[in-house]
Each structure stands twice: as C-alpha cells, then as structure tokens.
Design a protein around this ligand. Structure first.
Ligand code: ZN
Length: 318
C-alpha cells in the first residue's frame, strides 16, 4: 500500500448522532434551520416545502409542526443507492491525520482480515492496547473466511472500520462504483457483526471531494489517514518499523496515528512485540482512532447498529 495522499487535516468538534433523529431528539438548532428553509422563496432540494404565504401567516408552533412533518418526508425518501437514507451535511466525515488528544497513540492495521489477526489480537490484549482495523471485503482473503477473528476484534473493543471492498483507489472510481465498494463491505459488516461501519480509511490514502461527499451520503463520521508510516507494506522490514516506533516513544507525550498492515508477518511477529511494551513504558495510551480523535471511548458509538448478524450461510461469499 502506497503511503501517498496525506491530505490536509480538517478539525472536527463532537459529532452528532448519525441515526435518524426522533422527533423528541430534534434540537432547537435543527428546527431553526428548517424554519429558515421554510421561509426560503424557492423549494429546497427535491421537496417543495411550503409556500411563502404560509410562512408569513402561520404561527411559530404551526411552523414547527410543519417543519417536523417535512423532515419526516425527507428522511423517508431514500436515494437510488443501496444503504443510503441519510441527509448529508458538510464536513460530517472529517479527515484526521493524527490523534487530537495528547499522550495517545492510535495503532492502525489495514488490509485484513488475514491469518495473523488472532496473534495480533493476543499481543494487543496482553499489552492492554486498543487498536483500529480497517478491513477489506476481498483483498488478501475473503472477509467471510475470517469472520471469527473479526468478531473477536470487534468484541475485544478494537475499532473495526471500512477500507473498501477490493482496495480500489476511490479517486479513480465513479460515484456509483464508490457506493458499490462501500455497500458490499457494509453488507459483510452487517452479516458478520450486525453493524455498519462509521469510519473509513481510503486505500492508498487517496481522497478527493467526491469521495468525501459519498462518505457523507452513506453516513460515515470520520476518515482516518496517518502521520507515521511504518512502510511495512512497502517492504521496509521490521527494523525500519521499530525505528518508527522508537521515534514515537522518544517524542512522548506527542500523539501519533500509525499506519501498519496486519497482512505483513514481520509487523505482527517482530515489530509489535517490540513496540507495544515500549509505547506503554513511554506512558503513551494506546487507544482507537475514534477515541483519540474525540469520538468517544464507547464502542457502541463507533457503528450503526443494524441487526441481521448471521451465522455462515450460502450468501457468505466474495
Ligand atoms: Zn490498504
């Protein structure tokens, strides 16, 4: 995996809930925005909301009720892409290159799930570390063939995010192809874990506005790049990986988001047994990319719960 495409960082405040809002959870700000839209002289989006005469003469309460009614109509209207029933907002999927919290390190592992995952999970467990796995559906292996270790990573409290279905460079895809890449992986997440991912790492770190807009449309909450690269997938070897971690330890408490690949045996069997105790000894907290970027430490907020978790069946194929 190439280490190109490190993009500018967009700062983000706390993200609001991604699930469709109930009426009781609608914020004052949300209502205000809807009221503003109601007073617009032209229809907004695909929905003609209300006429100006209504806006001029209706009471605030009536307007609020009308706004709620209109919002329900908008939310009930899916787009033509599978799994999309979401109103995008700008910057809903901010891009992070490193942790926002001092004294934290996010260890990230791409391109799995693969056959070294269980060994890696054992090491992380022993070190009391939480990590982030950005998984493909069909890259080194088929995701359905590694459901057991993926479930373990999920249940152990690591972040499991999407890395696309086939490790395609999203900046070379049409929007329709991007939706397909994301939807196929989301289906696998749903079948194996009963959730949809809310976080994404683009293959090759390549992003553009189209990719971000598609991620917004699908309800993703964050995109994680990296600011430290062990270059393990580029053939750098374990010694280079250890040197990268030495630099991170020496820079403590400066935070870091580190790119690794769980598909490289040297990373799992040589670099991690060196790095994990060293980072702990340096006093750095090893947490998920979601936690270290201000998205909270509660794993239930890192996914959209959709149910439908299955045991292996004929639909589990790549
Ligand atoms: Zn990758």
């Amino acid at each position: 995996m190439a280490a190109d495409g490190q993009r500018s960082l967009q700062k983000a405040g706390p993200r609001r809930s991604q699930s469709l809002p109930s009426i009781s959870s609608l914020s004052v700000a949300c209502l205000s925005r809807l009221l503003l839209r109601l007073s617009s002289p032209t229809p907004v989006g695909t929905h003609t909301l209300f006429s100006n005469s209504l806006t001029m003469h209706a009471s605030p309460l009536l307007l609020a009720l009308a706004a709620l009614s209109s919002l329900s109509a908008v939310l009930a209207t899916p787009t033509s892409f599978e799994g999309v029933a979401h109103i995008p907002r700008r910057n809903e999927a901010p891009v992070y290159k490193t942790c926002q919290k001092r004294n934290t390190v996010a260890l990230t592992f791409d391109d799995g799930p693969w056959k070294y995952e269980n060994a890696l999970l054992n090491e992380l467990d022993q070190a009391g570390a939480k990590a982030s796995f950005f998984v493909n559906g069909n890259n080194y292996g088929c995701i359905y063939d590694h459901a057991k270790s993926l479930r373990r990573a999920f249940n152990d409290g690591h972040l499991v995010g999407s890395h696309g279905w086939e490790h395609q460079d999203f900046t070379q895809l049409s929007r329709k192809q991007m939706h397909s890449e994301l939807a196929r992986n989301e289906r696998a997440f749903q079948k194996i874990l009963g959730v949809k991912p809310r976080y994404f790492r683009p293959p090759y770190g390549n992003l553009n506005n189209d990719v971000l807009e598609v991620l917004n449309e699908r309800g993703y909450r964050g995109v994680f790049l990296w600011n430290k690269d062990t270059k393990d997938a580029d053939g750098a070897g374990a010694d280079e990986g250890k040197r990268v971690y030495d630099n991170i330890m020496n820079a403590a408490p400066r935070s870091a988001m580190v790119l690794n690949h769980e598909t490289i045996p040297g990373t799992v069997h040589r670099v991690m047994p060196y790095a994990l105790p060293g980072l702990n000894h340096a006093g750095l907290r090893l947490v998920t990319a979601a936690e270290c970027s201000g998205h909270g430490s509660d794993p239930s907020n890192w996914y959209e719960r959709v149910g439908g978790r299955e045991e292996r069946n004929d639909s589990w194929n790549c």
